[in-house]
Design a protein around this ligand. Structure first.
Ligand code: GSH
Length: 254
């Protein structure tokens, strides 16, 4: 007689990625037991070979593989409806979807470009982010692969001065809107914590640097702190810190 040992679901991630944080938060909110598996950017392409896209997060549960933070949240909502992250009514669900779309386009993409424009000149910080959760030999290997990796990232995310400046302006514009919204309300949609709030907080985690974030932040240095300060001091980023304090619960198995 053969017995099959159930495997624990895994989240393939870049530990500091805001899209991965979105998936982790939802998994933990829903009480799903899982393990985190950090991938090294660049090398992750081998691990994700055969999937539709090259990006993380990817959730793997036995033979089931789900790629994309939004898709993972959709799946979790179907699997664990008891801890809802979406309102019960169509209008509320549509409002959540619209916030999510805007936050990813107007914050998620731009915060990455804006921050990497500074970080790429600080390989020590990039090493902290990329080697997190990797075997120790990645540290010396990182120095060797970094120049090529840096070129790839500049291309992939258009991390150039003009693009970084456009992203800085776009972020201020998006946070103007968010500041106004959270001035009058505790939550983005309705009067309970929803997926829209979770996405806003995850996308802005790099400006909020909340203590409850499951992966420690390095000291960004004087220039790094000065770069994020005009955003970190905004009401919407204070609101994100409060969301983390009140609603970031649970932890994976590791
Ligand atoms: N829409 C995707 C975006 C994910 C994304 O952009 N992931 C980045 C890390 S922040 C990534 O994996 N980049 C590497 C690549 O695309 O090859 C999602 O929501 O999961």
């Amino acid at each position: 007689m053969s017995t099959t040992v159930p495997t624990v679901p895994r989240l393939l991630e870049f530990p500091h990625s805001h899209f991965c944080e979105k998936a982790r938060w939802a998994l933990e909110w829903k009480g799903v037991r899982y393990r985190r598996q950090a991938l090294f950017p660049g090398i992750h392409l081998w691990r994700l070979h055969g999937l539709d896209a090259t990006s993380v997060p990817v959730f793997v549960d036995g033979s089931l593989t789900i790629q994309g933070s939004g898709e993972i949240l959709d799946y979790l909502e179907r699997r664990v409806p008891e801890a809802p992250l979406v309102p019960p009514d169509d209008a509320g669900r549509a409002a959540c979807a619209e916030w999510e779309r805007r936050l990813e386009q107007e914050v998620g993409i731009h915060i990455r470009r804006f921050c990497y424009f500074y970080l790429l000149d600080r390989p020590d910080l990039v090493a902290h982010f990329f080697c997190h959760g990797q075997p120790a030999f990645w540290r010396p290997a990182f120095r060797v692969v970094y120049p090529a990796l840096r070129r790839k990232m500049v291309e992939a995310y258009d991390i150039r001065p003009a693009g970084a400046e456009r992203s800085r302006q776009a972020l201020h514009h998006a946070l103007d809107r968010l500041d106004r919204h959270v001035d009058a309300r505790r939550f983005l949609v309705g009067d309970v914590f929803t997926r829209a709030d979770l996405v806003a907080a995850s996308m802005l985690s790099f400006f909020a640097l909340p203590r409850e974030h499951p992966v420690a932040w390095p000291d960004l240095g004087e220039r790094g702190r000065a770069m994020i300060e005009p955003f970190a001091s905004r009401p919407s980023v204070a609101w994100v810190r409060a969301l983390y304090r009140r609603h970031r619960r649970g932890s994976p198995l590791d």
